[in-house]
Design a binder for this molecule. Structure first.
Ligand SMILES: [Zn+2]
Length: 232
């Protein structure tokens, strides 16, 4: 503004506004934070880090798929979603942003594939679904509420943590089949399927786990991944 109004222009450069980091997006501020800080109930838009999915003060889901402040789901009955947020930040500090982002992106296909093959989340889905707003007289659950994505968040973080471990990735890609079997057993221990996958789904899972580990290894350690990627 100083540059556009001559009287205000003092000759020096206008004070630089700190740049908005790449991992920030505009979204609704936690509705309870707004009330606590301002006393208002009017919704407020803010720049916020995309990795902050949960307001740790108020236990609300404030991240992805929240399109109105009312869609910020209360996570009080699903404390593992709140713990997953803390765990995510621990992973990010431990493995660094590059490795964490790489694993997050690379595992999204595996996660959506599991969901597509009826990987069933525990009671979290039902608990959060019950909280979803109901619309007018037809009492249909609000399909746009982020209950499903919030319910699966702990599993998403577990997947990232598993694939972020170079030790585990290399076990999956090992030539020794016993080592591979142990690594896959570790996967199944962390992702107990309520209904075991059969036939092509079973093959899909082990193939996708291996391909994902290879992809991440290739991106994070290109020299190691070069030989691995030719085998794909
Ligand atoms: Zn809050």
């Amino acid at each position: 503004m100083a540059l556009t109004i001559p009287d205000l222009y003092t000759g020096g450069l206008p004070p630089a506004r700190p740049p908005i980091p790449d991992d920030h997006v505009q979204r609704w501020a936690c509705r309870r934070c707004v009330v606590a800080r301002t006393g208002w109930t009017l919704p407020v838009r803010v720049w916020a880090c995309v990795h902050d999915e949960v307001c740790p003060r108020h236990n609300l889901w404030i991240g992805r798929e929240v399109f109105t402040p009312e869609q910020q789901l209360d996570l009080t009955r699903t404390p593992d979603v709140i713990r997953a947020q803390r765990r995510y930040w621990r992973l990010r500090r431990r493995y660094g942003p590059t490795a964490t982002d790489t694993c997050q992106e690379a595992t999204s296909k595996l996660w959506s594939g599991l969901a597509h093959r009826h990987y069933r989340l525990n009671r979290r889905v039902e608990l959060l679904h019950d909280l979803a707003r109901v619309k007018g007289p037809e009492v249909a659950p609000d399909r746009t509420a982020p209950w499903r994505i919030a319910a699966g968040y702990p599993e998403r973080v577990t997947l990232i943590g598993l694939f972020a471990s170079a030790h585990w990735r290399r076990a999956v890609l090992n030539d020794d089949l016993l080592v591979v079997a142990q690594a896959l057993a570790e996967f199944h221990r962390r992702f107990p399927l309520q209904t075991p996958l059969r036939g092509t789904s079973r093959t899909w899972l082990s193939t996708t786990i291996e391909a994902t580990a290879r992809q991440i290894e290739g991106l994070l350690n290109p020299s190691r991944g070069a030989t691995a990627s030719t085998a794909r």
